[in-house]
Ligand binder design. Sequence first.
Ligand SMILES: C[S@@+](CC[C@H](N)C(=O)[O-])C[C@H]1O[C@@H](n2cnc3c(N)ncnc32)[C@H](O)[C@@H]1O
Length: 310
Amino acid sequence: MDYSTKISERMWNQPDKGELEAERENTFIDDIVQKAHIEKELLSNLDGIETVFDGGAGCGRFSILLAKQGLKVTHFDISKPMIDKAHELAAREGVLDNITFVQGALEDLSAYADRSFDLVISFDSPISYTYPNQEKTISELVRIARKRIMISVSSRLGALPYAANPIQKNQFILDKNSKDGWVQWCLSNRERAVSEFSFSKEYTMKTYETGLFEDVEAVKKAYERGEAPWCISYHFMPEELKGILEKNGVKNVELAGPGAFARTLPNEILVKIVNDPKQKKDFLEFCHMYDSNPYVCGMGKDNLFAKGEI
Ligand SMILES: C[S@@+](CC[C@H](N)C(=O)[O-])C[C@H]1O[C@@H](n2cnc3c(N)ncnc32)[C@H](O)[C@@H]1O
């Protein structure tokens, strides 16, 4: 078994994962923007769609949304806690009849025949976590799609500012009093992160060239020591992602960079906007339009969105 599968299995199967992921949009503003972008794209591209495969479906943010539209959804994920949480939320929404839950790894989709699903989706980086098999994973997802595919993967240009800004995530904290461990870590770590930071051209260039932020060997060693390190994540360039999709026969590929506009605003302004329902609605609509402009897609916050026809 590849390290990617083993690392994802251990990391995403930590017992609190489902609960934490389900709370992301109450915690970080970049998640609100990203999920709103995907939701808008999904709901406006459902013509002729009856069946959906959601790869790395997590706690059901999109599988449940689509099940509520009356579609038959296969919710596929490597993590039992995520599936359990999704099951709980789907039951609460009354859509269990429309969802089939499958625990599995995206690295092996051999159980599914060619063109099994009208729409195939995979959002917020599951494909990137299959490194070094990310290209094969995309080709397999295209293989099982009949009409349309929509994915979002880790973005190299979008995530590179993290390499030069250890407090990047602080910009998107929605509530400084949140009990979320990551929020509290970002806040308490801020001063130390800034004082210890020095710009490394070597690290930034290496990341730019390889698409990998992690030291792959160090992550593997941490895994072997019994730890649960964050998955090795492959970050795509926009033209690279478009090329892979087209090579696999996907037509009319369009890219977007959810979060490109939001990242230009400081935290205080973002919090103000998001806490006012009218401004929030208008802002998310504007973000969707701005972030869909192909000239800014690389600067999406940390995801690169792509859609295309089979
Ligand atoms: C950031 S969450 C995104 C969840 C959901 N797609 C969303 O957008 O809300 C990433 C999900 O990918 C799943 N995942 C990670 N590696 C995977 C793999 N190799 N195969 C299947 N699922 C995987 C994780 O368990 C997790 O639920």
